[in-house]
Design a protein around this ligand. Sequence first.
Ligand code: ADP
Ligand code: MG
Length: 255
Amino acid sequence: SNNRTSILTVDHLSKSFGGVKAVNDLSFSVTQNNIHAIIGPNGAGKSTLFNLITGVISPNEGKIQLLDTDITSLRPDKIAQHGISRTFQNIRLFPDMTVFETVLIGTYLFTGGKLLPAVLRTKEFREKELQAKARIEEILQFVGLWEIRHEYAAKLSYGNQRRVEIARALATNPLLLLLDEPTAGMNQKETKELMQLFSQVNTQGITILIIAHDMHLVNTLSDQITVINFGEKLVEGPPELIQNHPAVMEAYMGR
Ligand code: ADP
Ligand code: MG
């Protein structure tokens, strides 16, 4: 990417749980339009970092900035409104909802849309709903779920459940998409297809911050990699630099 603007800046961020420093004085930034990977051993603090960025938890210290906006400790729905959306390490789907309903309802829940107008079906709500439905059709076509939009989301294959989550995250029109181990437990074919999808999402101008273990995926897909261990930044750089880096090898072997 030629655009060197930082879309996300994490500045001296720390979060402890009891005696455990899950995130420890962590600073890094994500360049706009990049695919930026976060890697590190289990328990390194990666999911905690995402919970801090999305406002699920508040840091003990430090600052998080989205473009020029300080989003530190804002409520999750406010952060979503500012343009950050995410998928979770463990897929979270509502039972008894179709693919289409999941994505539609998700956009209300995650951006703090009011449910009362939805229940009352006010005129304003119905107009917004029409726009939302058009957008969701576009997204479901894009992620390859349109044909099965009326199937129950929770009954789909693992790969397609991930697509539902990604569709739900895209439906809020994010600037920055956070993906927490999106290909964990997937077979090679599903992984390859999802990688293509991420690349297409990125081509549409959405910056991606991805937590992943699959080094092939990370090296193929990402522009920049931040390696964390014990909540701290170990090394950072493009894949060429991170591949076979002694400190990275040691962190993975040593735990
Ligand atoms: P990763 O995603 O890199 O595997 P996590 O961010 O899930 O790591 O966890 C980092 C550390 O913080 C771990 O030691 C974990 O047990 C701890 N931790 C994470 N969330 C909580 C929590 N809500 N309460 C207590 N400890 C937590
Ligand atoms: Mg995790």
